[in-house]
Design a protein around this ligand. Structure first.
Ligand code: PMP
Length: 284
């Protein structure tokens, strides 16, 4: 059952309603998080809550409750919803205001937490690997709103996703304005070349994924090196293995990018090992 926390109330899907004057709705003025629940426990809850508050701070938005209370509220919701396996969506928006941009007119921020489930791709996609393209829509410039902020403005990423689906692909890799690889539309990227793992550096303009951080730990645990650096399409086309990481889709192997088949064209052995390590970790 879907459960929703909305500004102090516990509601169901039908009764949870937000004002049309909410600046989250009118202007995308707000921030969000996506978390997963495994075996009744929210994975890396602390890290996700910290990122939510960092995102809010970056846009001068003060959530209506503190971080500790947010952690406790999240745990309470997971219990109330009876979630063993689930997906959570936290949204803090500027709140209801008037039709102008001025956030001072928004007297209190809106807090929503949705306790639900998610399935991004069917199981066979994880065995076959994803078919990707590189998107013509670039990532938001670092000099504009930082891509480190998980804001309610996802239009670039949505346009890149539309490019992918129009091309018959599963997802798109987004580049920065200089052509360096940043991330997929809602996931981070890892690729293997000559026995070393690479992932785009944070300064390539990407969201610092909690799963990305987890994967860096797991690669070290597996006894391999991982380098955070500038990568381009050539590095990806010629990779031996590659996969995407994200809370919702977890670890998704890549089959091809722009019609270049990656490695053996199915899940590589090191990717399979890291996926297995990830699944063990989240259930430990
Ligand atoms: N990049 C973007 C743009 C995302 O929306 C997400 C999903 N939150 C990620 C990367 C992956 O982050 P995480 O591992 O924290 O889910």
């Amino acid at each position: 059952m879907t459960l929703i926390y909305l500004d102090g109330q516990w509601l169901d899907r039908e009764s949870a309603k937000v004002s049309v004057f909410d600046h989250g709705f009118l202007y995308g003025d707000g921030v969000f998080e996506g978390m997963r629940v495994y075996g009744g426990k929210t994975f890396r809850l602390q890290e996700h809550v910290e990122r939510l508050y960092d995102s809010a701070k970056a846009i001068l938005l003060t959530p209506p409750i503190g971080q500790e209370e947010m952690v406790a509220l999240t745990e309470e919701g997971v219990r109330r919803a009876g979630l063993q396996e689930g997906y959570l969506r936290h949204v803090v928006s500027r709140g209801p205001g008037d039709l102008g941009l001025d956030p001072r007119k928004c007297l209190r921020p809106t807090l929503v937490i949705i306790f639900d489930r998610i399935a991004v791709w069917p199981p066979e996609r994880y065995e076959e690997g994803l078919v990707l393209i590189t998107a013509g829509t670039p990532i938001n410039q670092r000099e504009a709103l930082s891509p480190r902020v998980k804001s309610l403005n996802y239009l670039n990423h949505i346009m890149a996703k539309v490019e992918a689906t129009n091309a018959g692909a599963d997802d798109a890799i987004m580049l920065d304005a200089t052509g360096h690889i940043a991330e997929a539309t809602g996931m981070n990227l890892f690729l293997l070349r000559k026995g070393t793992w690479f992932t785009p550096a944070l300064h390539s303009g990407l969201l610092r994924g909690v799963t990305r951080d987890t994967m860096i730990e797991l690669i070290h645990e597996a006894g391999h090196r991982v380098v955070e650096t500038v990568l381009n399409r050539y590095d990806l086309y010629t990779a031996e293995e590659a996969f995407l990481t994200g809370t919702a889709a977890e670890i998704a192997p890549i089959r091809s990018v722009d019609n270049r088949v990656i490695g053996i064209g199915k899940v590589g052995p090191l990717t399979a090992d890291l996926r297995a390590r990830f699944h063990r970790l989240v259930r430990s």
